[in-house]
Design a protein around this ligand. Structure first.
Ligand SMILES: [Mn+2]
Length: 363
């Protein structure tokens, strides 16, 4: 109870711009106090921790609704959901920027069913390819589904909850659109137009490098969510530009390593990555291989799997996310994503098969 009280006070402090908002908060606070006997008061947002879109979605949900963020990667997604199902204080749940795959969708629906039985209000906001039967099942459960494959998640959060957000939220959303390659979409492009393009590009890029470079520091990622929710520009968060410079230097070393270690098949370039993230190297693998598809994979020794990143060039005409979803699932893993950018989790012994089969399926 103390925790949620603090949260409410914080929220009020952060939002004291208008009298109207302040008045609203006070009523909420009283309401929260009264229901100490009944249980559910918590707002939680589970969001993707690996990129600017996920972190920014969590930040805008926090600005609009308060509450706490749980930041996860794809392998940790279901663990987090299984945890919140047990949370007897949970009242409102947002799930952002976390696509579902053939492997995870049934369990996801099952978890949503359990949460809905406990009257938890759920909103699922995402832009990854989704099986239409999953949307139908979620809507039947009265899970609010905000889903558009044409706009990044943060832009959709912004669009849905504009009235609860500050003006600065449009900048956070524009940056997320840039990093998800979706700044040319109807809503994303409008948001970017509000700001100077170069200013938005450098902000989005610095943000991305700070997120990617701090994947093993959950407290720092939480701090970024809080700062963005507090309407900070990336350059106003201490040391972000200095940190980005370090990341840029690391990337230039990855270029050199990819040039040496990359291998090619008829339709793709691929490489096992040892000392950086697969997603940071995959664009270089594609670009430097001269092929229209690049695959980078990194072993997760603790999980017995490979984390795989796949990218397609503008010339790539197949939907990589769908192909990878089916292929990874058939090999006992999972995966999915967009037409030209997607990922997979593949059991360690199946990685060779994954690559040769992918090479066959994309010609
Ligand atoms: Mn996204």
């Amino acid at each position: 109870m103390v925790v949620s009280k603090n949260k409410i006070i914080k929220k009020t402090a952060a939002k004291k711009v208008t009298k109207k908002t302040a008045a609203k908060k006070v009523t909420k606070k009283t309401a929260a106090k009264k229901v100490t006997t009944s249980q559910r008061t918590k707002v939680i947002c589970i969001s993707h921790k690996e990129d600017c879109d996920g972190i920014s979605s969590a930040a805008l949900i926090r600005q609009a609704f308060g509450g706490d963020s749980i930041l996860v990667d794809y392998p940790g997604q279901m663990d987090a959901l299984n945890q919140v199902v047990l949370d007897e204080k949970l009242k409102t749940l947002f799930i952002c920027d976390l696509g579902l795959s053939k492997k995870t969708q049934d369990e996801f629906i099952d978890l949503m069913t359990r949460l809905r039985k406990n009257k938890v209000s759920i909103t699922y906001i995402d832009h990854h390819d989704i099986d239409p039967t999953v949307v139908t099942a979620l809507e039947k459960l009265k899970v609010k589904v905000i889903h558009d494959i044409n706009e990044c998640t943060t832009v959709q959060v912004y669009n849905a909850y504009k009235s609860k957000l500050k003006d600065h939220a449009s900048f956070v959303a524009a940056c997320a659109a840039i990093t998800d390659y979706m700044q040319d979409r109807p809503l994303g492009s409008k948001l970017l137009q509000i700001y100077d393009r170069q200013f938005a590009l450098i902000s989005a890029t610095v943000m991305t490098y700070n997120i990617v470079g701090h994947q093993r520091e959950p407290d720092y990622l939480q701090y970024l969510v809080e700062e963005l929710a507090d309407s900070k520009f990336p350059h106003d968060i201490p040391n972000t530009f200095e940190f980005a410079q370090i990341q840029v230097e690391k990337l230039s070393q990855i270029i050199a390593k990819v040039k040496k270690g990359m291998k090619t098949m008829s339709n793709l370039g691929h490489m096992e990555i040892l000392d950086s993230g697969a997603s940071g190297a995959v664009n270089f693998v594609m670009g430097l291989s001269g092929k229209d598809v690049g695959v980078a994979y990194k072993e997760r020794i603790d999980h017995g799997i490979y984390a795989v990143s796949v990218r397609g060039s503008d010339n790539c005409k197949v939907h990589l996310g769908r192909i990878v979803n089916l292929l990874a699932t058939s090999l006992g893993g999972s995966g999915g994503g967009h037409d030209k950018a997607c990922g997979a989790v593949v059991p360690k012994p199946k990685i060779k098969k994954f690559i040769t089969e992918l090479n066959k399926k994309i010609k």
